[in-house]
Design a protein around this ligand. Structure first.
Ligand code: PEP
Length: 243
């Protein structure tokens, strides 16, 4: 377990500039821990940096800076004081066909720029039903972490996000999450000789967070949909990282 848990809000491609302003106005009225990391759409990042909480970008390019129209380089994110990069989210893997090799490239570039990495891994429903969860997680971890300078791995946080639980309202049992996180921690230590924090993500809400927060080996939560609503997100934060 890390000394203090982490809460990550992945806002995905949601909210207009006006809604973001309103969100921040409400959000900043509260005492917010530095262990909260908000990941808005890339164009809104400048509104979020330099506040009480930390900030993450939802994706970075698999290239250094240059002629890659529409992409954002890790170096550019770092240059506006972004703290974290989410890499390997299941929506990137499925809609944008990101392989484990591309994900490793992105991790390498992010770590080089001293961005901390939130590496997302998780099995699909089909993989779960055919009892391949552990095999899939091991492959995702092995490919993503292989060849990294293991002195840098301290800057990686793993987020276990079963694909079938993302945005569906379906959540594994506490025991299933516990056992899968224990497995991930074991593999990560085997691969890197280091202990890394492991978060759970997938339909975390203000109504199930108290139950989820009882899992003793979870180091925090990655919240998608519920992070776009200040009141819901605040309730989650108050349970996980009370001030
Ligand atoms: C996510 O996008 O990583 C996520 C966990 O989404 P949700 O909380 O909406 O399931």
């Amino acid at each position: 377990m890390v000394s203090k848990k982490i809460v990550v809000g992945n806002m995905k491609m949601n909210l207009t500039a006006q809604e973001i302003n309103q969100y921040l106005k409400e959000f900043e009225k509260k005492e917010i821990s530095k262990n909260v990391i908000i990941c808005p759409s890339t164009i809104y990042l400048p509104y979020f940096v330099g506040k009480k909480f930390q900030v993450g970008i939802q994706n970075v390019a698999a290239y250094e800076m240059g002629a890659y129209t529409g992409e954002v380089a890790a170096k550019q994110a770092k240059s506006i004081k972004v703290d974290y990069a989410i890499i390997g989210h299941s929506e990137r893997r499925s809609y944008f066909h990101e392989s484990d090799d591309i994900i490793r490239e992105k991790i390498t570039l992010a770590l080089k720029e001293k961005l901390k990495v939130i590496l997302c891994i998780g099995e699909t429903e089909e993989e779960r039903d055919s009892l391949k969860t552990y095999k899939v997680l091991k492959k995702q971890l092995k490919t993503a972490l292989q060849g990294l300078d293991y002195k840098e791995v301290f800057n990686i946080v793993i987020a276990y996000e079963p694909v079938w639980a993302i945005g569906t309202g379906r959540v594994p049992s506490n025991l299933e999450i516990h056992d899968t996180i224990a497995f991930i921690k074991e593999i990560v230590e085997e691969l890197t000789q280091h202990k890394l924090p492991v978060l759970y993500g997938g339909s975390v809400t203000d109504t199930n967070i108290k139950t989820l927060n009882k899992i003793e080996n979870v180091d925090g939560y990655l919240v998608g949909g519920a992070s776009t609503k200040v009141d819901k997100f605040m309730k989650i934060i108050e349970v996980v990282v009370p001030q």
